[in-house]
Design a protein around this ligand. Structure first.
Ligand code: ZN
Length: 168
């Protein structure tokens, strides 16, 4: 859900429409604040260990009960690599060293856009254990991963698999 600003979060003044770059955006008449419609940013991780990939069954919406990669929304204070590692640790108790970007995925959602930064990384510690966000999790052989609910996760997995085959 997108939050619609009606008052300036900096000074409290009521926002009024302002023409900017050919469109009307809510802006503060008293200070510099403009409610630019930034996308939401999420991260996902292809966590792998000896050719197997860590997949979770989601415990929360969206996609509750479906298979997915570990991931979630990025916090403003962390880098996307830190966010991917944190989400994986929180959801699965597996600690992963992030290697590199698997893909950047963009989609339009109601009220704006969603940008998913998907990384790959290998297991360096911890042991997979169920959590509220991931009540079931399993390591699958890379070519036996079940259908993932999010197209961003499917693309990340495909890209990672392709890059891995290229490296052999
Ligand atoms: Zn203001």
């Amino acid at each position: 859900m997108r939050v619609e600003f009606r008052f300036c979060p900096a000074c409290g003044q009521r926002l009024t429409p302002r023409e900017l770059e050919g469109r009307s955006l809510p802006a503060c008449p008293d200070c510099e604040f403009v409610a630019w419609p930034d996308p939401k940013v999420a991260v996902a991780l292809v966590a792998h260990d000896h050719g197997r990939v860590l997949v979770i069954r989601r415990g929360i919406q969206p996609g509750r009960g479906e298979w997915a990669l570990p991931g979630g929304y990025l916090d403003a204070s962390e880098s996307p690599q830190e966010g991917a590692r944190r989400e994986c640790l929180e959801e699965t108790h597996c600690d992963v060293e992030v290697e590199g970007l698997a893909c950047i995925y963009h989609t339009r959602v109601e009220g704006g856009g969603l940008l998913v930064l998907a990384y790959s990384g290998h297991l360096v510690g911890g042991e997979a254990a169920p959590t509220e966000e991931a009540p079931e999790l399993r390591w699958f052989e890379a070519d036996r991963v079940p259908e993932l609910i999010f197209s961003s996760h499917r693309e990340a997995l495909e890209t990672w698999r392709a890059s891995r085959q290229g490296a052999l």
